[in-house]
Design a binder for this molecule. Structure first.
Ligand code: ZN
Length: 160
């Protein structure tokens, strides 16, 4: 069957950046299983999978707009060290949950200069073109319960 909304789809994938470095891969793991049509994967990849069948293998290049979005400069902010009360030692690369206007946001410390700490709330892959090598390993119709829950059950999905 061809991939369409309300399908449970299993894929193996390798994600590389412009330099060809591997950012993420399902190699050596169970395939990723997702419910098609509900935005569980980035829009560009979901679009590229539509109409494919089990056994299809392809490569797709996804612009930031169809991936994790463009980088937003205003999501980089300098905050005083005092904002990190209870943290004994701050280092670049540390991640924190910040509460913002639109709920919890994951931010990473990118620089520390004396009492000034620079944090970046952009997704790590924002602004990047994504290169996916994908192999569709299985396609089946999702159950009514899976559609209701908005996710897939069983192997590679929710176990409940
Ligand atoms: Zn469920």
């Amino acid at each position: 069957m061809l991939i369409a909304d309300r399908c449970a789809v299993s894929i193996h994938y390798t994600l590389t950046d412009d330099a060809g470095d591997v950012l993420d891969s399902s190699a050596g793991r169970e395939p990723l299983t997702y419910l098609h049509g509900v935005g569980q994967i980035v829009p560009g990849l979901e679009q590229a999978l539509k109409g494919r069948a089990a056994g299809d293998a392809f490569r797709v290049d996804i612009a930031p707009e169809d991936g994790y979005g463009p980088r937003v400069d205003s999501m980089v902010q300098v905050v005083p060290r005092a904002a990190f009360q209870g943290v004994a030692r701050l280092e670049p690369g540390m991640q924190f949950e910040a509460s913002g206007d639109q709920g919890a946001l994951s931010v990473v410390i990118t620089a520390i200069d004396g009492d000034s700490v620079t944090v970046d709330g952009n997704h790590p892959l924002a602004g990047q073109t994504l290169h996916f090598d994908v192999e569709v390993t299985a396609v089946r119709e999702a159950s009514a319960e899976e559609v209701l829950h908005g996710h897939v059950h069983g192997a590679g999905g929710h176990l409940h």
